[in-house]
Write a protein that binds this ligand. Structure first.
Ligand code: FES
Length: 392
């Protein structure tokens, strides 16, 4: 066996329902998770709804301009405040109103009215002041214009601690200012880690991405000699990730000389993938829905000065990204089917897949970090997960 090979996670991490249930608790209930863009909830009452590994969450702009986040569940009899079959963005108007019996809540989550009831609502407590009644809180914070939520806010560490050194690596990109100019959504029949591992290596680029290899010829050799921190060099005459490698849009102000010519990528654990070009940024939000299903939202972010131009047309970037995305999803779904075979018990990362091996190291550490605390974590007002998974 080649000693340079590193084992992948075991088959169970990609295909088993039991492993997925443990991930929900140990990763997605224990870390900051990308929810969306802050610019989509600019005005008091605006909301976005997201799914955090099966937990529906709403984020709302409060009257004081801050953000509030809550489990998407009414304290009366459990109806969803925002129907997950409906829109993922919108406005509550003056109050948050449950569609079932019209209990209403303020944007801070406090219960305001209970129609046709005599019991008083007092300091968010009902009846005898022992029944808490505000919406279940979720942690919320922002970075770079992105909204992150945390299902167990009492145990959350600061968001910037979790984001780590990446923040400095992308500091010259004006992420907070950027706005969505095009959005692509996909339902991909594979485990979310298959997508993350695929994102972090270009060993597959030559067989899977001919158009991308035209733009980055080094990808035909797997890109092993390239440094993602320094940026990926494009072909002669190309300077951004569009169909022809150029654009009418201006590079972002403040980038250094290399960033105006090269492409950068970051995998921000657990569910944000950033692909940074000189004049736009592709931001992927991975929303796992089960061990073999992942909803992916791909937002192409542009400077607002470009979006307001009458000539603004994001299709030069969007066409390329959609091609590359679909190529990735097709091979990722094939990988998922292959991993599901009884013959596959685990595989290997080649030396040029070291970044993917790093995901496995992060994953193992994340899954071990709270081992033993699954069954004794805070189940109070802020938790509310019910029984934790039995991971044996
Ligand atoms: Fe929400 Fe009844 S379930 S008001």
């Amino acid at each position: 066996m080649n000693g340079a090979l590193v084992p992948t996670l075991p088959r169970s991490a990609y295909v088993d329902e039991g492993a997925w249930q443990v991930e929900r608790e140990r990763i997605f209930a224990r870390q900051w998770v990308l929810a969306g863009r802050e610019s989509d909830i600019a005005t008091a009452g605006d909301f976005l709804r997201t799914d955090v590994a099966g937990e529906s969450v709403i984020v709302v702009r409060r009257d004081d301009g801050q953000l509030g986040a809550f489990y998407n569940v009414c304290r009366h009899r459990g109806a969803e405040i925002v129907d997950t079959c409906g829109a993922s963005n919108g406005s509550f108007g003056a109050l948050i109103r449950c569609p079932y019996h019209s209990w209403t809540y303020g944007f801070d989550g406090a219960l305001r009215r209970t129609p046709f009831m005599d019991v008083p609502v007092l300091d968010n407590r009902l009846i005898d002041e022992t029944v808490p009644i505000a919406l279940h809180p979720v942690g919320v914070d922002t970075w770079g214009g992105f909204v992150f939520v945390h299902l167990t806010p009492a145990q959350a560490r600061p968001l910037l601690d979790q984001l780590g050194a990446m923040v400095e690596r992308v500091q010259r990109y004006p992420l907070t200012e950027l706005r969505s100019g095009a959005t692509f959504e996909y339902d991909v029949a594979c485990n979310w880690k298959v997508i993350a591992e695929n994102y972090n290596e270009c060993y597959h680029c030559a067989p899977v991405h001919p158009e991308l290899c035209d733009l980055v010829p080094a990808f035909r050799r797997g890109g092993a000699e390239l440094g993602w921190v320094d940026g990926i060099p494009l072909r002669e005459g190309a300077w951004t990730f569009t169909s022809n490698g150029t654009s009418e849009r201006e590079p972002f102000e403040g980038l250094d000389a290399a960033e105006r010519q090269r492409h950068k990528g970051e995998l921000v654990y657990p569910n944000l993938l950033l692909s940074l070009s000189a004049e736009h940024v592709a931001a992927y939000n991975l929303q796992p829905r089960g061990p073999a299903t992942t909803h992916v939202v791909c937002d192409l972010l542009f400077h607002p000065d470009e979006i307001v131009r009458t000539t603004f047309d994001p299709s030069d970037a969007g066409d390329l990204w959609d091609i590359v995305n679909r190529q990735d999803w097709r091979i990722c779904e094939s990988v998922q089917r292959g991993m599901s075979s009884r013959a596959w018990t685990g595989g290997w990362f080649a030396p040029m897949e070291d970044e993917s091996a790093d995901i496995s190291r992060w994953y193992a550490a994340s899954m071990a970090a709270v081992a033993g605390s699954v069954d004794d974590h805070d189940r109070g007002d802020a938790g509310g997960f019910g029984d934790g998974p039995d991971d044996g």
